[in-house]
Design a protein around this ligand. Sequence first.
Ligand SMILES: [Zn+2]
Length: 55
Amino acid sequence: MEVPEVITCVDCGQKAHRLSYPPEDGWQSGDIVAYRCSGCNDRWDLVFEDEGEGN
Ligand SMILES: [Zn+2]
């Protein structure tokens, strides 16, 4: 699965860049990915869940 390299900070609306490097075997559902906001300098730890392949 893919996780974004940059997200928008929900606090200040600035860009938050990913701190975590992709694991060797790629991102897995449920992985915690850390971001650092360039505006307010807050750290965000987000959990990315795979939507599933229910089609
Ligand atoms: Zn921010």
